[in-house]
Design a protein around this ligand. Structure first.
Ligand code: CA
Length: 229
């Protein structure tokens, strides 16, 4: 349920706004002066703020400026004076919308819904999807560093995971043990190319149905390995 903060010092207006928004299914809080509005805006998470311009203690300009410095919460600014609306537009404080009082509560609800939907789209599109490789029953979530074989999750050590992911990211490319060692282990690592052989063996035990007939990581005799597709 979306949470909305109304910062409004005229209680009749605040009550009307709250009633309509609650009837539309929103969770509403009211701050009746500028100081309380500023504190709530900064310390709590709201999905949208309806901000009156003329307020005792701290005015709407200042609240908008301070909230914008820290958060992207949509803000609808309201004022009784059309001139004030023009002024705040000109100041570029970062409010998302402006309404002149008196307005119909249903108009307010419509605008609130529109801004919430718009913000959700913005935030939603900013969320990156995990990078995933899926090849014949093996699924590697590179971002989450998790691996599933035919739907069953298997655990891998860091180097096993890195080696498997590297090979699977370059399907059908044959790598020598030297190349794999320098790719996965850093220069200071103690070990040699035998380390690669050991890790390949461990990975196969986890991903192959029959390790004597590997279906994923193939040995190219005298050369190295490749992830077969
Ligand atoms: Ca006021």
């Amino acid at each position: 349920m979306s949470k909305i903060l109304i910062v409004e010092d005229e209680s009749t207006i605040a009550d009307l706004e709250r009633d309509y928004l609650e009837l539309s299914g929103f969770n509403v809080e009211v701050a009746s002066d500028g100081q309380a509005g500023l504190e709530k805006s900064l310390s709590e998470e709201y999905d949208l703020i309806i901000l009156d311009l003329m307020l005792p203690e701290v005015d709407g300009f200042e609240i908008c400026r301070q909230v914008r410095a820290k958060k992207n919460t949509p803000i609808i600014m309201v004022s009784a004076k059309k001139d004030d609306i023009d002024k705040i537009r000109g100041l570029g404080l970062g409010a998302d919308d402006y309404m002149t009082k008196p307005f119909s509560p249903s108009e307010l609800v419509a605008r609130v819904k529109a801004h919430l939907a718009r913000y959700e789209r913005l935030v939603g599109s900013a969320v990156e999807e995990n990078k995933v490789i899926e090849i014949r029953g093996i699924k590697i979530d590179i971002t989450a560093r998790r691996v599933w074989i035919n739907g069953e999750e298997k655990s891998f050590t860091t180097k096993e995971f890195d080696l498997l992911t590297f090979l699977a990211s370059h399907p059908n490319h044959v790598y020598t043990k030297d190349e794999l060692f320098s790719e996965i282990w850093d220069m200071e690592s103690i070990g040699d190319i035998a380390t690669v052989t050991v890790h390949i063996k461990k990975i196969r035990e986890k991903i192959e149905f029959d390790t004597s007939k590997p279906q994923y990581i193939e040995t190219i005799w005298g050369v190295g390995y490749r992830f077969k597709v």
